[in-house]
Design a protein around this ligand. Sequence first.
Ligand SMILES: NC(=O)c1ccc[n+]([C@@H]2O[C@H](COP(=O)([O-])OP(=O)(O)OC[C@H]3O[C@@H](n4cnc5c(N)ncnc54)[C@H](OP(=O)(O)O)[C@@H]3O)[C@@H](O)[C@H]2O)c1
Length: 252
Amino acid sequence: MTSLAGRTAVITGSGRGIGSAIAVELARMGANVTVNYFRNRQPAEETAAAVEAAGGRALVVKAHVGRRDQIENLVAQAAAAFGSVDIFVANAASGVPRPLLEQDQREWDWTVDINARSLFYGVKAAAPLMKAGGWGRVIGITSMGSRRTLPNYGVIGVSKAAIETLIRYLAVELAPYNIRCNAVSPGIVLTDAVQHFPEWEWMVESARARTPTGSFVTAAQVASVVGFLCTEGASGLVGQTLIVDNGYEIMP
Ligand SMILES: NC(=O)c1ccc[n+]([C@@H]2O[C@H](COP(=O)([O-])OP(=O)(O)OC[C@H]3O[C@@H](n4cnc5c(N)ncnc54)[C@H](OP(=O)(O)O)[C@@H]3O)[C@@H](O)[C@H]2O)c1
């Protein structure tokens, strides 16, 4: 396995859920990890403790990643603590589950800024550090709502499509610098996020019935694909979106 010893990862929204699992996985591979939270400090502290138990050094930073100044500060704090930033994972997400035509500008801006614009400004801040180090990995966490229509998911789906498109353009611009950019698209993972959707129990049960393995992917399974993208073995993957969903999307 590629060691990430000496590498520094910034993972947005990594106090809870999938981001927390990614933090622990990258620490297990040897990386130092900056754990970012917005509202919930306690789970972020617990993730930091798990990072340290896995062998990494941890820094906890509060930042609202929908704000340019705060995401720039997040990257700067990671670089100040660990000397550089080599891996940037845009994982944080928010949104207002509601039909598309019932959303207003405030909700559009909130969702797109946190989910997608944070990738743009995060990479703008981190790319010079990655270029200086001669190595980098950028990973965006997307969802199938970028390609399929899901109830009450319109603006979030738009933000996820933006992530996948940003990743392709970043991948081309950063490829000459040995910086690889890819996206990971999980199927349903039973985190807190799922329960924010109206009728989520029905949604979850119908999705489970359609999943050929009969169970949902776990945050740890998603994290291990993110870890793989950070290995040299994945260096041929440029600008791709990897679907990790236990086969849900290939079903009729
Ligand atoms: N769960 C699924 O079924 C599923 C499926 C496909 C894709 N995904 C994607 O996977 C990623 C993680 O989802 P999850 O299920 O783990 O979500 P989650 O459990 O709801 O956690 C969301 C995380 O994002 C953080 N966050 C929210 N707004 C933020 C902001 N403005 N600035 C910084 N951090 C912010 C939260 O921090 P606080 O705790 O501080 O609020 C939290 O750590 C998201 O991109 C999501 O779209 C999830």
